[in-house]
Write a protein that binds this ligand. Structure first.
Ligand SMILES: Nc1nc2c(ncn2[C@@H]2O[C@H](COP(=O)(O)OP(=O)(O)OP(=O)(O)O)[C@@H](O)[C@H]2O)c(=O)[nH]1
Ligand SMILES: [Mg+2]
Ligand SMILES: [Zn+2]
Length: 294
């Protein structure tokens, strides 16, 4: 049997890429596969090349994981793309995405794109957020799909892993993937009026990239950590909180006695922006917030 990977799943249409032939085929799931399992982009499959256009899928290998939005299997890394301006940065969305993907066991990389468009205020904002996420322990890359700044650094980050690009509409996910892979993708405008993208990318597809794959998917504007996990679990996915040992191991870093996270916040070792998003995410409140953070 020949090995392949499903790179596109759109309705009934399945596309299988066969690395051995460096070629894509129309995938036809055989009876036993069809009954047992749905086929997703990212699925590793085995089967036979029937003719120059068709690949009969006989086996779907066990999935390492399956994302729902976008529906892709076996993803290892998520590049979360954001912009500071055009459209404006949404740190709450960013922090929810970081928490959720980390909960799902995926590696995350933050990309601030469109740095060529920033005015003076924007440049300062970028530096501020860059430092916040760096200090929290994330990998952060500044890019421009326009001038290609940072593209090489991003390319190195993607080698050898199935990666997907996530983030709101209009931040330049498809533009970055086009620059990286040389493949033309549908690219949209950011509306002047709403300052939002228009959800130009509609389907999910993986693009072969230096021996691995990059997934382009539609942007999204809402993800909530509490749809994935219990309130008490969110704290495990703020890497900067894990550096501190509170008096009680089940400390939620709210009003507990001996909370070292609160001390770190007071000392400026943990950013107020991140902590405020933690509160918002868990729908909690602390009476001392204004005193410490304003
Ligand atoms: N100046 C500048 N414009 C960019 C950059 N990256 C993307 N754009 C523009 O931003 C707009 C949106 O880009 P897309 O690549 O379609 O954004 P997307 O994130 O794929 O959006 P959806 O598919 O809707 O989720 C297009 O007009 C791009 O040309 C950049 O680095 N600099
Ligand atoms: Mg797109
Ligand atoms: Zn604590």
């Amino acid at each position: 049997m020949v090995e392949g990977i499903v790179i596109e799943r759109a309705g009934q249409k399945i596309t299988v890429f066969v690395p051995e032939k460096n070629k894509s085929y129309r995938g036809i799931p055989l009876g036993k596969v069809k009954k047992k399992d749905k086929v997703y982009a990212g699925d590793k499959v085995k089967g036979r090349i029937v003719d120059s256009e068709s690949f009969a899928i006989e086996v779907i290998e066990e999935r390492k994981n399956l994302l729902i939005r976008p529906p892709i299997a076996n993803v290892e890394k998520v590049v979360i793309v954001a912009t500071i301006q055009n459209p404006p940065f949404q740190s709450f969305l960013m922090d929810n995405l970081l928490v959720v993907y980390s909960y799902l066991g995926l590696d995350t990389v933050i990309v601030f794109n469109k740095i060529d468009l920033l005015d003076e205020v924007g440049k300062e904002e970028l530096q501020r957020w860059y430092t916040i996420y760096k200090n929290a322990g994330y990998k952060v890359i500044k890019t421009s799909a326009e001038t290609k700044e940072g593209i090489e650094e991003l390319r190195r980050e993607l080698l050898g892993a199935i990666s997907i690009f996530a983030g709101p509409s209009g931040v330049g996910k498809s533009s970055l993937i086009s620059k990286l892979t040389g493949k033309e993708l549908r690219i949209g405008e950011v509306s002047r009026k709403t300052e939002r993208g228009k959800h130009t990318t509609r389907e999910v597809r993986l693009i072969p990239f230096e021996g691995s794959f990059i997934g382009d998917a539609p942007g999204f504007s809402r993800v909530e950590a509490l749809n994935f996990m219990e309130k008490e679990e969110v704290r495990f996915y703020f890497p900067e909180f894990l550096r501190y040992q509170c008096k009680y191991s089940d400390c939620l870093h709210l009003n507990e006695e001996g909370c070292e996270v609160r001390e770190a916040l007071k000392k400026g070792e943990i950013s107020c922006e991140r902590y405020k998003n933690y509160l918002k995410m868990t729908k909690e409140f602390v009476p001392w917030l204004k005193e410490v953070c304003d």
